[in-house]
Design a protein around this ligand. Structure first.
Ligand SMILES: C[S@@+](CC[C@H](N)C(=O)[O-])C[C@H]1O[C@@H](n2cnc3c(N)ncnc32)[C@H](O)[C@@H]1O
Length: 323
């Protein structure tokens, strides 16, 4: 079966409007920042896939190990008819869940949702070809805005993998979990992958690899702004920086201006100056403690039923039921 045509909740003009707003707000703030969703044009999505294969990037391998060991438990415990995946990207690890649901029988529909049209197009075609009995309905949408449009009916499982929840700031995270709960019925399920707090000597290299792929991924956001908003960022003037914040227990990815530089964002009529050494925050990646995740889930109306990690305890996967 081929995938159904993508359901578009983010038209070109919505994306354009949202990018303009984020760039206007972020580049005029102090300190400057941009939200991580703008990394993911076609090139950014490819670079992220490359990151997942880097020797330093343990989260993908660790989450895959936890899912491989427990995908059958997820299928048996949830008995889901519909699997919705938020920020689905390539949906590669999700195949472990789809395989388990196939063994068990009963899953009818797979609904990946992502801002990246290119990632969705290829993932939906590949998944539909590999799972002929499955209805595959890709949604181009923003998981911070479009959760009220998720498909309804039948027991649902929402999967949010890759530690992407850690890219939301704490208040955004609480809002996201509340909106997810509001989109579900009691008895539906949430499966969420979270990277765990550990030695910064292990975490930092995962965000600052020797081959420089993460640096390219980080700078890609400047290329997106140049292309989409007619900006003239001198991309090579910015150095990739990954910093561990021990108090907030998160990694920050930043772009540091190596020399004084000015940027004109033509579409906004905006001129922005960067002093030498000034940084632009592009991503936060929070690391979690097992009890903290359970408490955040409970605060949003979920009851955690299982918590699994990889054998090295690097990454956690929580399965929670909507109360
Ligand atoms: C860190 S990657 C994880 C991809 C995949 N889930 C995995 O585990 O490898 C984050 C994914 O979320 C998507 N994304 C980021 N922000 C988003 C948003 N606000 N709404 C929808 N998708 C988003 C990106 O396009 C990307 O595919």
């Amino acid at each position: 079966m081929s995938a159904e045509p993508l359901e578009i909740h983010l038209e070109e003009q919505d994306l354009d409007r949202a990018l303009r707003e984020d760039v206007r707000v972020g580049l005029t703030a102090s300190p400057k920042w941009l939200p991580p969703k703008w990394f993911y044009d076609a090139r950014g999505s490819e670079l992220f896939e490359e990151i997942t294969r880097l020797p330093e990037y343990y989260p993908t391998r660790a989450e895959r190990a936890a899912l491989a060991a427990h995908a059958d438990d997820v299928a048996a415990m949830t008995g889901a008819k519909t699997l919705i995946e938020l920020g689905s990207g390539s949906s590669e690890k999700t195949r472990l869940l789809l395989d388990a649901f196939t063994r068990q029988g009963g899953l009818g529909t797979f609904v990946p949702l992502d801002v990246s049209v290119s990632a969705l197009r290829s993932s939906t075609e590949r998944i539909a070809a590999a799972y002929p009995g499955l209805r595959v309905r890709g949604i181009v949408g923003d998981f911070t805005r479009h959760l009220d449009r998720l498909p309804t009916g039948g027991r649902r499982l929402v999967a949010f993998l890759g530690g992407t929840i850690g890219n939301l700031l704490p208040a955004e995270r609480a809002g996201f979990l509340a909106a997810t709960r509001a989109a579900l019925e009691a008895g539906d399920w949430l499966l969420v992958g979270t990277d765990l707090v550990k030695d910064p000597g292990v975490v930092v290299p995962a965000y600052d690899d020797a081959a420089g792929v993460t640096a390219e991924f980080n700078r890609n956001v400047l290329r997106v702004v140049n292309r989409e908003l007619g900006a003239d960022f001198d991309v090579e003037a910015f150095r990739h920086v990954a910093v561990w914040d021990p108090e907030r227990e998160w990694i920050e990815m930043r772009l540091r201006a190596e020399r004084p530089t000015r940027v004109r964002v033509a579409a906004l009529g905006l001129d922005v100056a960067f002093a030498a050494g000034e940084e632009l925050r592009t991503e936060v990646s929070a690391k979690f403690r097992p009890a903290g995740i359970a408490a955040e889930l409970a605060g949003a109306g979920f009851v955690r039923q299982a918590f699994w990690t990889d054998p090295d305890g690097l990454f956690g996967v929580s399965l929670a039921r909507a109360d």
